[in-house]
Design a protein around this ligand. Structure first.
Ligand SMILES: NC(=O)C1=CN([C@@H]2O[C@H](COP(=O)(O)OP(=O)(O)OC[C@H]3O[C@@H](n4cnc5c(N)ncnc54)[C@H](OP(=O)(O)O)[C@@H]3O)[C@@H](O)[C@H]2O)C=CC1
Ligand SMILES: O=C(O)[C@@H]1CCC=N1
Length: 270
C-alpha cells in the first residue's frame, strides 16, 4: 500500500505524539502536513520535525487523510473551515474524545468517510494503544488506511463506536492514571527516606518490569500479584492498606467518571 499524505489539523500534545510516532516509524516528512492556530507553533513543528505547515484549505485539498487533532470543543469551527475545500474521497480520522462520527458526517459533504480513533500519548515511543471505529461511510479499505497509520505507533484494535467512550476512559486517559500512581509511589519513597532520584529510578524500572511481565507472560494480573505476595510478608501489609483505602473502588469510580465526561463533552458539542 502506498504511503498516503496525512494532514494533522490541530497539532497539540496528542497531534504531536502521532506526528512524532509516524516519523519515527519511517513515514517521510513530505507525506505529512500540519495546521496550527499560532504561527509560532508552526515554526516549532517545522524546526523539530521538518513537516510543512499549511492552511486548513490546503490540507483539505492536498492530504488523503485529514486527522482532527483539536480539542473536541474546537472541532466544529475547524469543520466549518474544512467543508468548502474538501474534495470527494478524502478520509477524515478523528482523534477527539467524546465526539461521535455523526458529529463530523453532518458537518462535512454527504458521503465523507469518517473514522473515530482513540489513541494515547505513548504513540511518541511506539507504544500507543489505538482503538478504531468506522463511521457510516467508512469501508474496510478506509479502516485499512487507518490501521496502516496507527499500527506502526503501537497496538491497534477495532471496536464498535458505541464502546469508544469506555475506551477513552481506559486507554485514552490511562497513561495519566499510571503516571499519577508512579508519582505517588515516588513520594512514598521520599517519605521512607530514599533520595528522590533513587526512588524515581526504582519506581520507573519496576513499572517497566511489571508492564513487560503483564504483556509477555499472558498471565492474569491476579496471578502476577499473588506471586509477589508472600504469606505474612511485606506486600500483603501494603495490599491491606490499598484495599482499606478503597483503591479498587476509586478506580471503578474514576473510569466511570471519565466515560461520563466523554458523553458530556459530546452532549455539549452537538
Ligand atoms: N492528550 C491526550 O493524551 C489525548 C488526547 N486526545 C484527543 O486529542 C485531541 C487533542 O488533545 P490535546 O492534544 O491534549 O489538546 P491540545 O490543546 O494540546 O491540542 C489541540 C491543538 O489544536 C489546535 N487548534 C485548535 N483549533 C485549531 C484550528 N482551527 N486549526 C488549527 N489548530 C487548531 C490548538 O492550538 P492552540 O495551541 O492555539 O491552542 C492546539 O495546538 C482532543 O480532541 C483529545 O480529546 C485523545 C487521546 C489522548
Ligand atoms: O483528557 C482528555 O480529555 C483527553 C482524552 C483522553 C485523554 N486525554
Amino acid at each position: 500500500m502506498t504511503q498516503q499524505t496525512v494532514a494533522m489539523l490541530g497539532t497539540g500534545k496528542m497531534g504531536e505524539a502521532v506526528l512524532a510516532g509516524l516519523l519515527r516509524s519511517g513515514r517521510s516528512a513530505d507525506r505529512l502536513l500540519v495546521t496550527v492556530r499560532r504561527p509560532a507553533r508552526g515554526a516549532e513543528l517545522t524546526e523539530k520535525y521538518g513537516v510543512t505547515v499549511v492552511t486548513t484549505a490546503e490540507a483539505a485539498e492536498r492530504a488523503d487523510v485529514l486527522a482532527i487533532g483539536t480539542k473536541p470543543q474546537d472541532a466544529g469551527a475547524l469543520l466549518d473551515e474544512i467543508r468548502p475545500s474538501l474534495a470527494p474521497g478524502k478520509l477524515v480520522v478523528s482523534l477527539c474524545a467524546g465526539l461521535p462520527t455523526s458529529f463530523f458526517a453532518t458537518r462535512l459533504p454527504e458521503g465523507t468517510p469518517v473514522i473515530r480513533v482513540m489513541t494515547n500519548t505513548p504513540a511518541l515511543v511506539g507504544q500507543a494503544m489505538t482503538a478504531i471505529s468506522p463511521g457510516a461511510h467508512a469501508t474496510d479499505e478506509h479502516l485499512a488506511v487507518a490501521e496502516q497509520m496507527f499500527t506502526p505507533l503501537g497496538a491497534t484494535v477495532r471496536v464498535p463506536e458505541s464502546q469508544q467512550d469506555a475506551v477513552t476512559a481506559l486507554s485514552g486517559s490511562g497513561p495519566a492514571y499510571f503516571y499519577l500512581i508512579a508519582e505517588a509511589m515516588i513520594e512514598a519513597g521520599v517519605l521512607l527516606g530514599l533520595p528522590r532520584q533513587v526512588a524515581h529510578e526504582l519506581i520507573v524500572q519496576t513499572a517497566i518490569g511489571s508492564a513487560t511481565m503483564l504483556r509477555d507472560s499472558g498471565d492474569h494480573p491476579v496471578k502476577l500479584r499473588e506471586a509477589v505476595t508472600s504469606p505474612a510478608g511485606t506486600t500483603i501489609a501494603a495490599v491491606r492498606e490499598l484495599e482499606k483505602h478503597g483503591v479498587r473502588a476509586a478506580l471503578l469510580d474514576a473510569l466511570e467518571a471519565a466515560r461520563d465526561r466523554a458523553r458530556e463533552i459530546a452532549g455539549q458539542a452537538l
